[in-house]
Every structure is written in C-alpha cells, then in structure tokens.
Design a protein around this ligand. Structure first.
Ligand code: SF4
Length: 510
C-alpha cells in the first residue's frame, strides 16, 4: 500500500530542562524514520516555555502525528501541553514515549490523554506506528511495546545536531546502551544486556562533529569503563584530537571500582580539567548497598579515587539521601569520607522512586514514603522522619550552591577543614533556612553576607578576606565589596546576638 504523504506530517517534540540540553532521543528517532524522515520535523522547547506559545508553534506544522518524549523532568509540563493541544486540535494524533511512561503507565493521566504509547526504545516501533497511522490503518492497541533495536543497525543521529547545537549546546553521544548492574533505584537495572555501537562508524561521526566545531562531548553510556578495550579506543581517539581541539572536554559516567592499569595510563595523558568522570558511589554503607543490590568493592573504589585525584581529571561524585536503612549518621560518615578523599564535586541527590524501578520492593519494610508528584522524591522512611528529610533536602540544595558551583571555593575549604564537614554544613543549612526562609533565589552577594554572618556568630571568626577572595575570583574585580565590610561594633553584635540560637542548632543536628 502506498503511504499518503502529501498532507501528512510528523512532529517530534520534547521539553528539555534547560536550553543547553539537546534532545538526544528525539534525534535518534528522527534519524531512524526511514522513508518518513523527510516529513518528520523535530521541535524542542524547555519546560519554562509558555504553553500557548508551544501549542501555536507545534500546530503551525499542521501535524497529523505529534510525538512527545516524556521524562521525569517534563511530564507535568508535557501533560499540560498535550491537554491544550487535545482541546484546540482534537484530531491530531498524540503519541508518547520515554522512560517516564515506559513502566507503571496504567494509572498515568498523560497516558489517558495520548492516543498511543510506545514503551522502551522506540526507534523501530515509532516509524512503524506512524506508517500504519498515515496509511489509515490505525492500530487498535493503544500501548506498543518498543522492539529493542540492534544498535549497530541504527542510523546515527549526529548529523542532526545543528550548527547552533554544536556551538551552544551539550553534544550527547553514546558508545553503548544498557547496564549489566542491578542497582534498584535505577531504571537501567532493568536492562537485559549491554549493546555496543560500531566504534569505527561512531568515530567517523565524531570526526564530523569536531570538524563542525564541537568541543564538548557528554557520553551517556551508563558505565563507560565496562568494556575497557572500547574505553581505551575512545580515549585514544580523543588524544589524537587534542591539538585540533585544545578546548576539548569529555564527560563519562563510570563505575568507581573498575579502573585497570591500562585505562589509568590513558587517563593521565589528558591535560588537567579536560576529562570529567561522573562517579556514582551513592552510599558508603555496605549493608545499604547490598540491600539495593549495588555491588561495590570499596577497597578498589578508595584505590581508584586516590589514583584519579592528582591526575587532573575532574571528579564529580554522587551520593543519595534516603536509601532504605541509611541513617543520618551513616550518610554523614560517607559524606565526610568522600570530602576527605578530595573529590572536586559531591552531588547530593534525594532518592526518587522512578516508575518501574525495583527500589519499590523496600517500601513496606522500610516505610519508604514518596511524593506522589514528579520527581517522586522520598518524603520519609523508617529512619528519617519527614522533618529530617526536609532538613537534608535543604542541605542538598545549599550544598549544591556552595559546594558545587565553584563560586565559593575558598570559603568552602573552611567547611571542609572542620572535623565533620557534613555536620558543620548541616548547622549552616539549618541556620540559613532559619534566617532567610528559602532555598532558592538567594543572590551571590547575599549568600556571601549570610556566610559572613554565620561564621561571625558561630565561630567568632571574621572570614571577610576569604569571602573577598571568592568574590574577586568570581567577579573578576579586585576589591573587597562594601557589603562585606563590617564595623567592629557590628562584628561584636553579630557574634553575640544569635549565640544561643546557634547552640540550639548545633545540638539538634547531632
Ligand atoms: S546506577 Fe549505574 S551501575 Fe547501577 S544500574 Fe544504574 S546505570 Fe547501572
């Protein structure tokens, strides 16, 4: 049967969290649309865009089929957008897919609104579904289980990065799909096996991106150091490009306990700061790790981080608050250990119950209660009350600003030098929330002032020179800003007025 293409069109859409993120999954879909490629258009927004403006732009393509990529970060906004489209253009066929709707979809409102749902990877199933729809042979089944593609058969999507993407957005790339590990909080634990792309084809695509000016490559492979031979081949390739791309930046997700000698050798050949490893540690508590089926050899982990620290590789590590059985004390111990290991970044995440993730099996035994709204963060469990988790959530937010933004480098060291960086920062976090009552929209200058006030009151110490250093490094200016200059009476007043309150904070946090 001949496909009618004259008046039919397919629009692929997603709402990215930020402008600099590019929709990698949609580009894969478009690249693999086969004979429907020409009539498929890709439209990206961010979750901050206006619903009616997005609706107008999407409908201006007069699409027969509108496909949405649905993720934990955009499900709320995508639902609102789809409802609006459904209202104004009831005949447009709405197809959804993506991790957020691939599991436990039965009760999701967004699935009710959609005409069709494709679960899992969609490169094979989406074009087939579109073909049927365009041939007026609409399938009766609403839910289509995505056929897993043979990744070496897929058309690579890299030519779909526009010049604007290359200049201003992160280049997502992948050398493999899937993960062999079973960490229960993670959807990749459901993967059956790891599938590798053809490396030589991939490197040709990278050549093209580099020729077009790409400098930053973010590998989305779940465990880049799984197949060491491939990891080495990729690093070897980028080593040959260093002269051509002096500002090259590579990001890889690694498992922390697998770093054989041959891989180490390649890593050390890159200049400082050009490689970033995202190292998921999640917990230093072996009982908790075993409970969530995260296999981790802590001796190798220690050894690998010790090796990596002086290499100039930027180490971004992840810890999770709220895993079943992880107390504040146990998390604090792990946090402090990681601080003392000297990694550059500690990303403190709050456990989320992703749709389909096996972590749900602990809900009853550990009284894990999650928010009903995305991103489904944990609210309380058997060892962390709602109030304690609220405190820890604030800790994570403030830590992200001060610990990970790079704008408080010198001041941060004051926290890190304390006997317990975790508890000192928790004291600061409690104090700050008490004083300012919010965790967002605190300007840089205001945060410097808060830090000064906290240190004066609690430690009776004037840290103005340190704050000034951070201010100068961040702003490029050379003076101590007026808002940090305190008079002597002011110092004395600050250091006595809130002493009793601070003592209370300090006691309560232990
Ligand atoms: S957390 Fe990492 S190692 Fe564990 S299953 Fe997910 S991707 Fe694999």
């Amino acid at each position: 049967m001949q496909i009618k293409t004259e008046h039919s069109s397919i629009v692929l859409c997603t709402l990215n969290a930020k402008y600099i993120h590019s929709a990698f999954g949609l580009r894969y879909l478009k690249a693999n649309m086969g004979q429907l490629n020409e009539q498929t258009t890709l439209v990206e927004f961010t979750i901050h865009d206006h619903i009616l403006e997005m609706t107008e732009k999407l409908l201006s393509h007069n699409p027969t089929i509108l496909g949405f990529g649905v993720y934990i970060w955009n499900v709320r906004e995508t639902l609102a957008l789809m409802k609006t489209i459904r209202t104004i253009s009831p005949n447009t066929i709405l197809v959804i897919g993506g991790p957020e709707v691939s599991h436990e979809w039965q009760k999701q409102e967004i699935v009710e609104i959609a005409d069709y749902l494709i679960t899992g990877e969609a490169e094979v199933t989406f074009p087939k579904l579109c073909q049927s729809i365009l041939m007026n042979d609409q399938p009766e089944a609403k839910v289509h289980y995505g056929v897993l593609p043979v990744v070496t058969d897929l058309v690579l999507p890299y030519s779909l990065y526009t010049d604007e993407d290359v200049q201003h957005r992160v280049m997502y790339v992948e050398a493999s799909r899937g993960c062999p590990f079973k960490c229960q909080f993670c959807l990749s634990s459901l993967d059956k096996k790891v599938r590798n792309f053809d490396l030589s084809t991939l490197l040709v695509a990278f050549d093209d991106l580099i020729a077009r000016g790409a400098t930053q490559f973010k590998f989305v492979d779940r465990t880049f150091n799984l197949k060491v031979k491939t990891s080495i081949a990729i690093l070897e390739y980028f080593l040959t490009k260093l002269e051509e791309v002096p500002t090259l930046f590579l990001h890889f997700e690694m498992i922390p306990d697998r770093f054989p000698l041959e891989l180490r050798d390649y890593v050390t050949r890159f200049p400082k700061g050009q490689i970033q490893f995202e190292i998921g540690i999640q917990t230093f508590n072996p009982d908790v790790a075993a409970r969530i089926q995260r296999r981790q050899n802590y001796t190798s982990l220690d050894d690998n981080i010790e090796f990596l620290r002086p290499t100039g590789v930027h180490l971004h590590t992840d810890l999770i608050i709220g895993l079943p059985g992880e107390t504040v004390e146990s998390f604090a111990k792990g946090f402090d250990k990681l601080v003392h290991m000297g990694v550059e970044e500690i990303q403190v995440g709050i456990l989320k119950r992703l749709n389909g993730a096996p972590i749900a099996m602990h809900s009853k035994d550990f009284e894990q209660v999650y928010s009903p709204n995305p991103p489904y963060e944990i609210l309380a469990n058997s060892v962390l009350s709602f109030t304690t988790l609220a405190r820890l959530r604030r800790f994570a937010r403030y830590w992200n600003i001060i610990g990970n933004s790079g704008r408080f480098q010198s001041t941060l060291l004051l926290f890190l030098d304390q006997e317990s960086p975790f508890y000192t920062f928790l004291d600061f976090s409690d104090w700050l929330y008490d004083v300012c009552g919010r965790t967002t929209k605190i300007s840089y200058n205001k945060m410097l002032q808060y830090l000064q006030q906290f240190w004066t009151e609690v430690f009776k110490s004037d840290i103005t020179p340190t704050l000034s250093l951070d201010y100068q490094r961040t702003t490029g200016k050379h003076h101590t800003p007026r808002f940090l200059v305190m008079t002597e009476p002011e110092k004395v007043k600050r250091s006595t007025s809130l002493q009793s309150r601070q003592r209370r904070h300090t006691q309560e946090s232990r």
